[in-house]
Structures are given as structure tokens and as C-alpha cells.
Design a protein around this ligand. Structure first.
Ligand code: PLP
Length: 389
């Protein structure tokens, strides 16, 4: 059989490799404690599940959905953006539903990238920005996120010949995997830069609701002039523990949203309507559940940071996101450390270099693990450390 170059060049997705290692260990009867994927362990809120039950009994929801999403869903998104960020969106033209943000992130490159075009992607970064670019025969150009720059890319250091070929700039704050945040000053600077260099900005913001210590992340769409050059991907996955239901949205510049809608209508048939009703419920009713989840994550964050720091492992303390970005213990590279930890004490972390070359030397801990397993996992870190001394 002969496959396309596209497929032949495609490496297995980061978490597929990690899941295989976990499965192999479990098959040998060994316990595994995973701080790997960012998949909330807390259930979807009960009032949202109740809405699924109600909506699934309605035959109107048994038929093909529209790929752009129900008008009521798009209106709920627009109303939520207005309440949460003060951003006004036309729900007819500036909002589209997604089968999870990942789907839209992968498909947008089909709208914006031709063979040989460049997309500027953060390194380390969520792998789908670069993968989507490559699947559209484009070239990712990696923008280093360095700790001494608070993990914000320095756009002025992009070489002129690269900028000339660049069509898209990807950003993601609150950031996966570094946990870094960006404010409106930075976003305003990015909009000016994009206008000057004719770039379209794809901002990925699924973690704006997962924040700590009273911090309130901003939306990229709040930046001055963002509507002229940007779209933002968002998701119900992390805010409402809905990763398994697959629903998200893209909002922003009308022409870009329209292009995404056109591509999607030729590829998918949208999000099951009963799930869109769940999302409407989640976005429209009290946001107390979000606060409760954040309190749980904040407690876990503090425990992880305290324990790792006491073991001499240096970490960042995130104001938002589900992740702790930590330095590997001295003498270890990312993959080597992750493998060693799994082999020696059965603990899974994500190696930083899985997110790009500038993730080398780091590992990522996800806070989506129940408290009992978290305590057990942290004790195993200590055990690992003691074995090394
Ligand atoms: C930065 C980032 N963007 C997008 C996604 C995908 O979200 P969804 O579940 O909506 O597809 C993730 C999931 O981990 C993520 O970390």
C-alpha cells in the first residue's frame, strides 16, 4: 500500500505514544499514576448532564446538525463573550461551533495556508498548530517561548524572509504547556504587528476560565483592532469538564470565520444538537461550578509546587491553565527524565520536548488527577528522588 507523503511524514500524536507506554505497564500488572494529559477528572456539572438527558429525548435533536452550530448555541457563545469579556460578536457571522477546539485548529490551516506558506507557531506549543500547518503543505516556523521572556514570543526577532512568507501567527494564553499568561498590552502589540506584516492571528484560549488567586485572563478579542485580523478558538472542555462531549467554538473576524465555516461544511456535519444544548446550559447559567473547579485545581497546584520545590525541582507557579511547567532535575533531558520516572516509580509526566525543541529540559504536570492519586504520585516523586541520592 502507498500512502500520501502527508501521512507518511506524520509522527504519532504525543499522547498516543504516552498512552501506549501506560497500557504496556498496566498489562504487566504495574500501577501507573498519570500526571500526563490535561483531561479533567472532575465530572461534567450535573445541571449540564440533566440538559443532555432532556435534549436527547427531543426528536428534533436526532437529525443531522448544521456544521456551523445551532443559532441558539452561537447566540449563547456571543452572550457569554459579552458578559465575560465585554466583546461584542455577531452570532450569525462571527461565531462557529467546533467538534472541540482541536478540530477547528486542525482545519483552519486548510483555509489559510497554501503549499510553501509559513505559519508562526509557539515552541513549546500545543502540537496541532504545527501539525495542521503541515497537513496543509505549509511550513511551521517555531517561535521560542523562553522563561526569561515570560514565555511570550519576541516577534521582532523573526527573520524578514520568514515574515514575508508567513500568513498565520498562532498564540495560546493561558498557555499550554508553560502555564504562562499574557495581558492586553502584549495582545495590542501583537495586533499592530499582524497588521504591519499582513498576518492572520489564530489565538487559542481554552484555558481563560481556569485561573487562580483571583486572576482573570483576558480574551485576545479584547485587544484593540483584534476583530480586523484575529480569530480565537475556545472550548467547553476545560471550563466545564466536557472533554468527552467534544464541543468548542471559533469566534472573531467575519471573513476567517466564514472560510472555516465553508471548509467545515464540506467535511463534517457538526456537533450533535443535544451536546450543543449542554453547552448552551453551561455557558448561560451560574458560573459557580467554574469557581469550584478552580479552587480544587488551585489546591492541587499549591501541593505540587510545594512538594517539587522541596525536592529541589524548580517549577513555575501558574496563574492559570491546568499545568505546572517544571525544570527537569539536573543532568536529565526531558524524555530521559520522563522515562526514568515511569520505569522507576510508575509516574507519568509529559516530557517538555514533546511540545517542541524549546521544551527540552522541562516536563509538564497536569493537575487533572484526583487528590488521592495526586498525593500518591507526589510521594512517588520523593521516592524517586531518594533512590537517586
Ligand atoms: C492549548 C489547547 N488547545 C486546544 C485543546 C483542545 O481542546 P478541545 O478538547 O476543545 O479539542 C487543548 C487540549 O488539551 C489545548 O491544550
Amino acid at each position: 500500500m502507498k500512502f500520501s507523503k502527508r501521512v507518511e511524514n506524520l509522527l504519532p500524536y504525543l499522547f498516543v505514544q504516552i498512552s501506549k507506554k501506560i497500557a504496556a505497564r498496566k498489562a504487566r500488572g504495574e500501577e501507573v499514576i498519570s500526571f500526563g494529559i490535561g483531561d479533567p477528572d472532575i465530572p461534567t456539572p450535573a445541571h449540564v448532564i440533566d440538559e443532555l438527558v432532556r435534549a436527547s429525548h427531543d426528536p428534533a435533536n436526532h437529525r443531522y446538525p448544521e456544521s456551523e452550530g445551532l443559532p441558539e448555541f452561537r447566540k449563547a457563545v456571543a452572550d457569554w463573550y459579552s458578559r465575560r469579556f465585554g466583546v461584542k460578536l455577531d452570532s450569525e457571522k462571527e461565531v462557529v461551533s467546533l467538534i472541540g477546539a482541536k478540530e477547528g485548529i486542525a482545519h483552519i490551516s486548510l483555509c489559510l495556508i497554501d503549499a510553501g506558506d509559513v505559519a508562526l507557531v509557539p515552541d513549546p506549543g500545543y502540537p496541532v498548530y504545527a501539525i495542521g500547518t503541515m497537513l496543509s503543505s505549509g511550513e511551521p516556523y517555531y517561535l521560542p517561548l523562553n522563561e526569561n521572556n515570560r514565555f511570550l514570543p519576541e516577534l521582532d526577532s523573526i527573520p524578514a524572509d520568514i515574515l514575508k512568507r508567513s500568513k498565520v501567527l498562532w498564540l495560546n494564553y493561558p498557555n499550554n504547556p508553560t502555564g504562562a499568561v499574557a495581558g492586553l498590552d502584549y495582545f495590542n502589540y501583537v495586533v499592530d504587528f499582524a497588521k504591519k506584516h499582513e498576518l492572520i492571528i489564530c489565538h487559542d484560549g481554552p484555558y481563560t476560565e481556569v485561573a487562580y488567586d483571583g486572576y482573570k485572563p483576558v480574551s485576545f478579542m479584547q485587544a484593540k483592532g483584534a476583530m480586523d485580523v484575529a480569530i480565537e478558538f475556545h472550548s467547553l472542555s476545560k471550563s466545564y469538564n466536557m472533554t468527552g462531549w467534544r464541543i468548542g467554538m471559533a469566534v472573531g473576524n467575519q471573513s476567517v470565520i466564514d472560510a472555516l465555516r465553508r471548509i467545515k461544511s464540506n467535511i463534517d456535519s457538526g456537533v450533535p444538537q443535544a451536546i450543543q444544548h449542554m453547552a448552551i446550559k453551561a455557558l448561560s447559567e451560574s458560573q459557580d461550578c467554574v469557581k469550584e473547579h478552580n479552587q480544587i485545581y488551585q489546591g492541587r497546584r499549591d501541593k505540587v509546587v510545594k512538594t517539587l520545590n522541596a525536592l529541589g525541582i524548580q517549577t513555575n507557579i501558574p496563574k492559570a491553565s491546568l499545568y505546572i511547567w517544571a525544570h527537569c532535575p539536573q543532568g536529565y533531558k526531558s524524555a530521559e527524565f520522563a522515562e526514568n520516572l515511569l520505569e522507576q516509580v510508575g509516574v507519568v509526566v509529559t516530557p517538555g520536548n514533546g511540545y517542541g525543541p524549546h521544551g527540552e529540559g522541562f516536563f509538564r504536570i497536569s493537575l487533572t488527577i484526583n487528590d488521592q492519586m495526586l498525593d500518591k504520585g507526589l510521594a512517588k516523586f520523593a521516592q524517586w528522588k531518594n533512590q537517586k541520592v
